[in-house]
Design a protein around this ligand. Structure first.
Ligand code: N01
Length: 537
């Protein structure tokens, strides 16, 4: 669609990951004109970039895929319980082709600014190619974990070997055979890549600042019977997921931790351990609220980990003590702890002996120098706000989003922002986002935005804008709910603790996926309570 000489659309979507692709499909079905801008040359978002060795999703493949089309669910067949990055990317490309989404996407186009014209209630969106398009609505489907962090280590740029970041892995892959490799960082990305790098490298040095809880994935191929059963019962699986705390079809044990007998407790933890991965933190409903309950889970965990590490001193270094289990995202691994039994792997606690510098030959800590051929930075992301902060988003009165958010992100429901009418966020700060199955979460957001636009159009409104009161109340509610849990006790990226100078604010809604969806539905059903609906000037 065009207006005058400018290219004009109903909606601009930023990002062609799970959220952006569904937005394109949904809005198109609704009869809206849509353009998607994607910085990468391909669809996939996080799954396009994060292709380090061992990269997999920590949500089961049968759940981590679109639910909006039964045809997609029935036609696609996952091969493993937890899908590899390659298989997920293959799936996303398959969906993009099947729904003919590519013609609506401009690839290799990074959005650098989005500026509101208050008189027309139109957004001008500009890319790094110099193209500017105008739209009624902007939907930021930029992903909460899409701004990689490179640590500020003196001399990093002087390193003579190769430096890789897990979030920007070379597409042709990396062969570490006969190389001396150092990995900095032991979050989910480090924990997944370290065992594979260790198998290839001559020597691997793992620089660990903070140990993390990691639960084995228990990954395996899915059997033909499992797939047949899952496809026949997808409705039930999805219904349970939509009504769950985390967007997956699993419910907590019916008793609270200390109400269960020691045998029941152990059996429940063991069952979750066998299920694998991140859901271990949801074995009992009170595990993330009550420190005594959490300690039971932690003790079970510690026993499991000690049993697979040969050297008790190494085990001591690898077992976290600084935060309750689950208050940082639990990593999901395959043979992570066993890797430290290998003769070619060395664990260096940079908490005890900090990294002082990097030089042309390797990494120097306060106690030793490690000669290396390659360094892998598994150092995470400026989560939730990092990518939005890099876009010059200018709302009412020339106000910049990055200035408004200087003390922490301000949203209502993680969907709308006061002062930024017709700007929507997908999985923005203030939503459960990464605490839930991100595919269903993105679907829910896109559905809500689609309904909101339809409502505006049906009733002759030009714009929708979160009120400042609603934003303030929502921030207070998110904080209150977080403060009632153990989560704020961890120096996690959930609170921005991993980025020097970032304000410490709990950036997620922690009250559970189903509760959150109920609140979003209530807001919409009450005529978008907490939002101002504005008639055209
Ligand atoms: O990043 P992280 P990630 N010197 O921030 C260390 C999702 N994800 O990419 O804890 C030394 O967790 C840092 O140490 P510390 C998932 O939601 C999912 O691994 O700050 N170390 C930490 O150990 C996950 O939570 C999947 O003390 C430094 C590490 O780097 C999120 O993405 C897979 C340092 C960063 O860990 C982020 O995971 C991958 C320094 N200067 C990611 N700076 C799955 O689905 C940082 N560190 C399985």
């Amino acid at each position: 669609m065009s207006s005058g000489t400018e290219c004009y659309f109903d909606v601009i979507v930023v990002g062609a990951g799970f959220g952006g692709l569904y937005a394109l499909h949904k809005f198109r079905q609704q009869g809206l004109s849509v353009r998607v801008f994607e910085a990468a040359p391909e669809v996939g978002g996080t799954w396009y970039f994060n292709r380090y060795p061992g990269a997999r999703c920590d949500v089961e493949s049968l759940d981590y895929c679109y639910s909006f089309s039964d045809e997609l669910q029935q036609e696609w067949t996952w091969t493993e319980k937890y899908a590899t990055q390659a298989e997920i990317l293959h799936y996303i490309k398959w969906v993009a082709d099947k729904l003919d989404l590519r013609p609506g996407i401009t690839f290799n186009a990074r959005v650098i600014s989005a500026v509101l014209d208050e008189d027309t209630m139109r957004w001008a969106v500009t890319t790094d190619n110099g193209e500017t398009v105008v739209a009624r609505f902007v939907v930021m489907a930029t992903g909460p974990l899409s701004s990689a962090l490179t640590p500020d280590i003196p001399g990093l740029e002087t390193f003579g070997g190769k430096i890789y970041h897990t979030a920007h892995w070379p597409h042709e892959g990396v062969d570490f055979t006969s190389k001396r490799v150092g990995v900095i960082g032991t979050g989910s990305s480090g924990v997944q890549s370290i065992p594979i790098i260790a198998e290839q490298a001559a020597q691997l040095v793992v620089f660990q600042r903070t140990p993390n809880y990691s639960v084995p994935a228990g990954n395996r191929p899915l059997t033909a019977e499992e797939i047949t059963h899952a496809k026949a019962t997808y409705d039930t699986r999805r219904r349970m997921s939509w009504r769950s705390g985390g967007g997956s079809p699993h419910v907590a044990h019916p008793k609270l931790t200390m109400e269960a007998t020691p045998e029941e407790r152990r059996a429940a933890f063991e069952e979750r351990w066998q299920l694998g991965g991140v859901l271990f933190s949801k074995t009992f409903a009170d595990q993330m609220i009550d420190i005594e309950a959490n300690e039971e889970a932690r003790k079970f965990y510690e026993g499991k980990i000690r049993a697979v590490i040969d050297d008790p001193e190494v085990a001591e270094l690898l077992i976290p003590r600084d935060h309750p289990i689950g208050t940082k995202r639990i990593c999901t691994d395959t043979n992570y702890f066993q890797t430290f039994n290998r003769p070619n792997v060395t664990l260096v606690s940079v908490r005890k002996t900090p990294i002082e510098s990097i030089d042309s030959a390797g990494v120097a800590t306060t106690s030793a120098h490690y000669d290396l051929d390659a360094i892998v930075l598994a150092t995470g992301f400026d989560a939730m706000t990092g990518t939005l902060a890099k876009i010059d988003i200018v709302g009412r009165n020339g106000q910049k989003l990055s200035d408004d958010w200087v003390d922490g992100p301000r949203t209502f429901l993680g969907l709308g922002v006061d002062g930024f009418p017709n700007l929507f966020l997908v999985s923005g700060p203030g939503a459960p986002a990464v605490l839930a199955n991100m595919v269903l979460h993105a679907e829910a957001h896109v559905q809500w935005i689609s309904d909101a636009i339809a409502h505006l159009d049906q009733h002759g409104y030009a714009a929708i804008e979160a009120t400042s009161d609603a934003v303030e109340n929502w921030i207070a509610e998110c904080n209150q709910r977080a403060d009632a849990t153990l989560f704020p006790r961890a120096n996690s990226w959930y609170v921005g603790a991993n980025v020097p100078g970032k304000p410490r604010v709990f950036m997620l809604f922690i009250g559970g996926f189903a509760t959150y969806l109920d609140i979003c539905a209530e807001v919409a059903n009450a005529g978008y309570k907490g939002f101002n609906l504005l008639k055209a000037l």
